[in-house]
Write a protein that binds this ligand. Structure first.
Ligand code: ATP
Ligand code: MG
Length: 603
């Protein structure tokens, strides 16, 4: 049975990488470490301002990275890329990676998602305990500092309260070819701005009535530096701070501060934040100038997003799939969420191998889904115990059974290795009797050229059992085969002397009708028929695969009666299957197909 490697709890450590693939981020970190860029930093033991860290000890972490999800949905395979990158770099360079909930937006965030994210990151094999500290943080715990920093910027003449209408503000921002226009509120005095900002916080102003903006340069060629907003008014209850605040920081203001308070060294984000970097640096430099933060300051580095073919990863689109009932929930085994992939049977190691193998570059990448499936097969091949299962059953009657064995209820004991390369896993036991279940397509009344399985007059081996010779079949009124007929060939039992005397070209899998376990098996396939379901703005609903889920009633070999939820097996000839972590029960087994044995699509 396959088991996941437990998370490694060593300080600053996390699941082992599949293989180290050089990338530009490693290059940057290695140069930094060599130059001692971060060597003099002190850490206060918890997030805090410059004074807090200055009073601490030399930072035991050589680098600090963070994975900063917004708790507004479930993590997906794209997030796994970011998790493996951030936790992996920290692990490889003696650093620590923080799990930080970027929960500065009061409206969309929920505890349910916080819990699910914690569980998913742990499941992937990563941990944020290091040096005796749990580095799990909430950006909303930094709201007080963010207000203090805003006030310091106001006092330094670097921020102002703007009361232009939203439309005027937009119009005055200009565009790529036109410089912006200064707001009429731009030259208010610091005292006036302080009073107006206090009023914004007092609750008397409605949403949208004013924003606090940095005072930088309305003519900057980088639109992000045209007096970016720091705070907006939002009368909303926050999951952590309740009704304490009615102003909330903008993401682009909050994020650099979060990094700095946590002593992050390398703030790694996706490419779309590249144009924000000058603003990230501007803000932190000013706060350091004013003594609120220490140098060296965190630095932002951007890498390309990971996209997987045949998958959508935008949270909004995933939510639509759930809300419209196209899938059966966030953990539907067809979903590219980590919960969906877990339920589908993907191993954490296979997802890490895919993420680590895809490196990090300066362009967004499309990875073919078959790469992930390849990682999965590599991982499962050596682990998953083998079993026989018949997914599209038809009975096969051995018409000379009683004649050969003296009784129609006689059962011949058979055995097979649990894993062909792992003798320590022992043998599986099952019986061959007068009637067995076989796959419907292992029989052909009239064989096509090259068909070596059952057809009248042909002999095959029942795998790990005996050689049989097909004699015909029975059919119903509609011409559907209801029973295949064969005769057992005496003295051909696998593993007994002379068993190979009768040569056959085909071997088929089977389970005994007397000891088979009935099971529900979900045969999953891609959710979409196109590699880039939402390419060019196409509605992904137009390319849904109508056969992405097929449910069959199957027969399994008796050893599977003891399967536990999340145990993974290779059903011989069929692929890898997992006992469903939600619906599987002893007495009522439910298995999901993880993937087939080979990539039969040739993609
Ligand atoms: P979505 O677009 O699905 O809503 P997001 O980026 O808004 O995703 P966050 O919760 O903000 O979701 O993401 C947390 C981290 O994961 C961010 O640092 C983000 O850059 C990273 N991330 C999200 N999707 C991908 C991806 N496809 N490839 C690499 N990193 C990703
Ligand atoms: Mg985001």
């Amino acid at each position: 049975m396959a088991h996941d490697t437990p998370p490694n709890n060593a300080p600053g450590n996390a699941a082992k990488p599949a293989a180290v693939v050089a990338n530009f981020l490693r290059g940057i970190i290695e140069r930094d470490l060599e130059a001692g860029t971060w060597a003099q930093r002190r850490f206060g033991g918890s997030p805090g301002d410059g004074a807090h860290h200055a009073a601490g000890t030399p930072d035991p972490a050589r680098i600090r990275t963070r994975f900063p999800p917004e708790p507004n949905g479930y993590l997906h395979v794209g997030h796994a890329k970011s998790i493996c990158l951030n936790f992996g770099l920290a692990r490889d360079y003696g650093g620590v990676c923080h799990l930080r909930f970027d929960d500065t937006n009061p409206e969309k965030e929920e505890q349910e998602y916080v819990d699910a994210i914690v569980e998913a990151v742990h499941w992937l094999g990563f941990d944020w305990e290091a040096n005796g500290t749990s580095h799990l943080y909430y950006a909303s715990n930094y709201f007080d500092f963010m207000l203090r920093a805003a006030e310091a910027l106001i006092d330094a003449g670097l921020a102002y309260v703007d009361e232009q209408s939203a439309e005027a503000m937009r119009a005055n921002r200009g565009d790529f070819t036109t410089p912006g226009t200064n707001s009429p509120f731009r030259d208010r005095s610091p005292a006036d701005n302080r009073a107006r900002f206090a009023e914004m916080q007092s609750g008397t102003m409605p949403d949208g009535a004013a924003v606090l903006r940095a005072k930088i340069d309305m003519a900057s060629p980088n639109i992000n530096l045209r007096d970016p907003a720091l705070y907006r008014i939002k009368h909303a209850t926050h999951h952590n701070t309740g009704d304490r605040f009615c102003v909330y920081p903008m993401y682009a203001y909050a994020h650099p501060i979060e990094d700095a308070l946590e002593n992050i060294t390398h703030s790694i984000c996706t490419l779309e934040f590249e144009d924000q970097r000058p603003w990230y640096d501007w803000l932190l430099e000013r706060l350091a100038d004013m003594g609120l933060l220490n140098r060296p300051l965190p630095r932002q580095y951007e890498f390309g997003r990971l996209n997987l073919s045949y998958v959508v990863t935008s949270k909004r689109k995933l939510r639509e799939l759930v809300d419209e009932g196209i899938v059966e929930g966030w953990d539907d085994p067809r979903m590219p969420t980590l919960f969906g992939m877990r339920r589908r049977g993907y191993t954490p190691a296979s997802i890490r191998a895919m993420a680590d193998g895809s490196g990090a570059s300066k362009t967004n990448i499309w990875l073919d889904y078959s790469v992930l499936e390849g990682c999965l097969r590599n991982d499962l091949e050596g682990q998953a115990a083998r079993a026989m299962a018949v997914l599209d059953p038809v009975p096969l009657a051995l018409t000379n059974w009683a004649e050969v064995f003296g009784s129609s209820t006689h059962v011949e004991p058979c055995q097979a290795p649990a894993h062909p390369q792992r003798p320590e896993l022992g043998q599986r036991q099952f019986g061959l009797g007068e009637t067995v279940w076989i796959e419907r397509d292992d029989f052909a009344e009239v064989p096509a050229k090259g068909f070596f399985r059952l057809f009248p007059g042909n002999k095959v081996r029942l795998k790990y059992g005996m050689v049989i010779e097909c004699t015909g079949c029975e059919k119903d009124a509609a011409g559907q085969v209801t029973k295949v007929l064969a005769r057992v060939v005496p003295d051909t039992k696998s593993g007994t002397p002379g068993a190979d005397a009768v040569k056959v070209k085909g071997t088929i899998t089977w389970v005994g009708a007397h000891d088979a376990v009935p099971a529900t098996v979900n045969l999953y396939d891609r959710l979409f028929t196109e590699a880039q379901p939402d390419a060019g703005g196409r509605d992904f609903r137009e390319v849904l695969n109508p056969d992405s889920k097929r449910v069959v009633q199957a027969w399994l070999e008796p050893a599977l009666a003891g399967a536990q939820r999340e145990d993974r097996f290779q059903f011989e000839r069929h692929g890898y299957f997992v006992a469903d972590r939600v619906q599987h029960a002893s007495g009522a087994p439910v298995f999901n197909r993880i993937t087939t044995l080979k990539d039969s699509r040739g993609t």
